[in-house]
Design a binder for this molecule. Structure first.
Ligand code: ATP
Length: 338
């Protein structure tokens, strides 16, 4: 099957120091790759979980795929066509959609839900004879009452806002949905409702979904494949069940081991990998995970590992992968994961 989305060696650069620093600093600051040489593809109807800690570049990658952030290098192809110009991205955005991280903040506070739901079609120049009827149909799709057409975003609960976010994203019947932290900040029971809704709609409408998250417990049950990101680079990709049963990268293994027990009282579910994630603006030498890796060797500090295929469908960026997909572990270093 040919891929729906193919990304090759995609890189995105930002200038360090922030906007204020740039304004007061007469000398241009160097640019750093916050996304570095990402190669990834998705099949039609597939669900891919893009996982990593806060600051690893997940949102930037998703936004770059849709042309909302400019890539410094690399190639994006969608449905077999290279996406190069702004016109290509606009055409791609007619067949793909993004669910933003904070659904209320991403909706204009002055517009009623009915207008907000049909806005994507209007922006894309689609003629809608009856906007209220179209909005009511979208509300029904996500299980919300028709009366919500007259509500404002601030009148919605967190779960209802997510449902509106899903409906708005699906208004153009996309072939690809990019959902950025679709369950962040929601109570555990509501998280399940939102994920089940996306799953049901995927089956019914047949779109592919990239779900951006730091919540492994959540993504485990809904994704076909996982892509694990660290400091703007992919460190491991593979089928979800294989990655969970035999993680190859020590970062993935540590994320899985520290998977939080769902607790409705705890809102933040950032995985607890020991130590701080370094800044992309100060990448460690060699393998950038070596500063936190429990099995790092001298080679890891000096030499960046290649991103290589270990077995069918499994890629890893590590000098000492933990398992080799059922074969004998190679170069297994001494040392235990915490
Ligand atoms: N416009 C920008 N200018 C400069 N740096 C930026 C900009 N946007 C993001 N960054 C930096 O790029 C890196 C990746 O950020 P990004 O938001 O993509 O990560 P993330 O994994 O999605 O995190 P989160 O889960 O917190 O959203 C971070 O170091 C962030 O500070």
């Amino acid at each position: 099957m040919s891929p729906l989305l193919a990304i090759e060696d995609l890189s995105v650069s930002f200038t360090g120091g922030g906007v204020l620093n740039r304004l007061i600093n007469p000398f241009p600051l160097p640019a750093f790759n916050v996304i570095d040489s990402v190669t990834l593809s998705m099949l039609p109807r597939e669900t891919l979980g893009l996982v990593g800690e806060s600051g690893s570049g997940k949102t930037t990658l998703a936004r770059t795929i849709l042309g909302l952030v400019r890539a410094a290098a690399g190639r994006i192809a969608f449905e077999g066509r290279d996406i190069r110009t702004q016109a290509d991205f606009r055409a791609m955005r007619r067949r793909s959609a993004m669910m933003f991280q904070d659904p209320v903040a991403s909706l204009s506070p002055r517009l009623r839900i009915g207008m907000l739901l049909t806005e994507p079609q209007v922006i894309q120049g689609v003629l809608i004879p009856d906007r209220r009827a179209a909005a009511r149909a979208l509300l029904a799709l996500v299980g919300l009452p028709a009366s919500f057409v007259d509500r404002f975003p601030h009148e919605l609960s967190g779960g209802q806002a997510r449902r509106v976010g899903v409906a708005r994203a699906l208004a153009m019947k996309p072939h690809l949905l990019l959902a950025d932290e679709p369950t962040a900040g929601l109570d555990v029971s509501v998280q399940g409702d939102v994920l089940n809704l996306i799953g049901e709609l995927k089956r019914e409408l047949g779109f592919a979904a990239m779900i951006v998250t730091h919540n492994l417990a959540m993504i485990r049950h809904v994704s076909d494949r996982l892509a694990i990101m660290y400091l703007g680079r992919l460190v491991e990709t593979g089928p979800t069940q294989d990655v969970f049963s035999s993680p190859m990268h020590p970062y993935t293994a540590t994320l899985i081991q520290s998977e939080p027990i769902p607790d409705p009282r705890r809102r933040s579910q950032n995985p607890a990998v020991s130590g701080e994630i370094p800044s992309v603006f100060r990448r460690p030498s060699g393998c950038e995970f070596h500063t936190r890796c429990p099995i790092a060797q001298e080679r890891c500090r000096a030499e960046p590992p290649a991103y290589r295929q270990i077995s069918a469908g499994r890629m890893v960026r590590c000098h000492f992968p933990l398992e080799t997909g059922g074969q004998e572990p190679r170069n297994q270093p001494k040392g235990k994961l915490p």
